[in-house]
Design a protein. Sequence first.
Length: 431
Amino acid sequence: LELVDLLLARGSAGDAAGELEALQRQLPQLPREAARFFADALRLARAGRAAEAATQARLFHRAMEVTAAYQVGLERLGGSTSGGTFAGYPVLTFNPNMAVPKQDPRAVAAAIRFTDVTAGSGLEGVPPLPDSLAGSLERVVALAVGDYDDDETEDLFVAGHLFRGAPGAGRFVETTAGAGLALRDRPVAAAFGDFDNDGRLDLYVATAGRGVLLQNAGRGRFRDVAAAGLADSGAARQVLFADLDHDGDLDLFLATATGNRVYRNNLDGTFREMAAQMGLAMESSRDAKLGDFDGDGHSDLLVVGGDGSTRLFNNLGQGRFQDATAASGLAAVRRAGAVAVGDYDNDGFLDLFFTSLDGTDPALYHNRGDGTFELDSRMGPLRRTLSGVAGLDAVFFDFDNDGRLDLIVVGKGGVRLFRNDATRGFEDFSS
């Protein structure tokens, strides 16, 4: 930069342009506050207007002085250890190596507040979520999230209503009627997925009476694909789109009161039920999650049974699964209501949290890295807080952006938020 200033002062606009072009190759992404000055300096230098280019080059130089790249360059030249300052080295610096006051991560997390913005979001008319597992399947509210109109904004299907997310507005517009959705029964589970590989998200909805596959016809419209071979799919408690046989298209898994149903995609817009043939038969199920639990590159399936038991099915490839529950260490899980999957200890392996049907035995399981699990000894705070809470659902997510997955549990009595402390385990941060 000093050389560019010198060349322009001497009227050597062409040489200065060459130096600026070399700098651009070294720093293809210039800081926003400096980019305009650089562009003007290069344009004027290429045009031979040295005096005008010199003004813009000086402004560019000043803007770059406080950037990390500039400071590192001076460090390498010995600028910060020379016993003082020299031309081009600012007295007030923003050196990336400067000491930054440390903040207590717990204090940062405690300062975070969630605000209910339902009013004014366009979702005011959605029926409220149930607060317990008591009662029939009708009490469950279906929720699915996906960008069905391909505008890079997430849309919602909730409780039988379809909402389009307004880009950049934080609002939703109901499009149920315009999208062609006319469901006869109340939805109890739903999922978006591109089953026909046309690049558009389709929608499967399980109602209390039957299952409905809605194909995305484009332009915000859906059509009921009655001939897809799903007429007998019935009511489901959980819906998953996944390529279970790794053949390049999405299959459909349903957890139902009468057992697992697995509909293999025939690649022609139709499905065939193959739970037994694939090794996934089970008497009754209420929740399920996918994940590569043994690190072999295949999507395994973890299922919570209707009675609260748990089954882990290892994917053997070629559309075949094997019950690995006993070997995995999960056979002791007997009263689970739902399961959350996530690598909460950042060791590269998927761990598990089980809610409890009756609030007596929530469980946190650590993945040993070989497809087997062990109870986490830091379960204490979770168990005490969730005692007596019938867990409807749970999800791992990093609410305080500290790089560790936290946990949210929905159940009787409302929502509980637990912060993941690397040493103390999960602490209740709900209040």
